[in-house]
Write a protein that binds this ligand. Structure first.
Ligand code: HEC
Length: 96
């Protein structure tokens, strides 16, 4: 095995856990934001009802945007992304 291969493998092995940890951290942040700010009107059941309204990642994002405006929450793009990923991973499971 060539040295570059060994180097690549060790880079991958070292980076994977930290990427997973970062993903996990974002998921938790999305969950906390959602639970703290979004569950006073609806339970998460709204995202799995038969006639759910958000039909794509784009539409989920539009809903998040709509409600943070109503609630006057000052979320950053990355916070919006975390909530989007959280809702999608937990409920919608859209690929686009
Ligand atoms: C003031 C009450 C209220 C708050 C606060 C609220 N929502 Fe909602 N949300 C609603 C209502 C009512 C609906 C259903 C609207 C409809 O049927 O068109 C809804 C629907 C949604 C949907 C679409 C569900 C579907 O059918 O697919 C999403 C996504 C959503 N809300 C996300 C959020 C997020 C994220 C937050 C927090 C930032 C939030 N909501 C906060 C009242 C609220």
């Amino acid at each position: 095995m060539r040295a570059t291969h060994l180097l690549l493998i060790s880079v991958c092995v070292c980076l994977t856990p930290s990427l997973l940890l970062a993903q996990e951290a974002n998921h938790l942040r999305g969950m906390n934001l959602y639970e703290n700010h979004c569950t006073k009107c609806h339970e998460s059941r709204v995202h799995i009802r038969d006639d759910r309204k958000a039909k794509s990642l784009q539409e989920i994002r539009a809903y998040i945007q709509r409600w943070i405006n109503v609630e006057q929450l000052d979320w950053t793009e990355s916070e919006i992304d975390d909530v989007l990923q959280y809702l999608n991973t937990e409920y919608y499971k859209y690929s686009k």
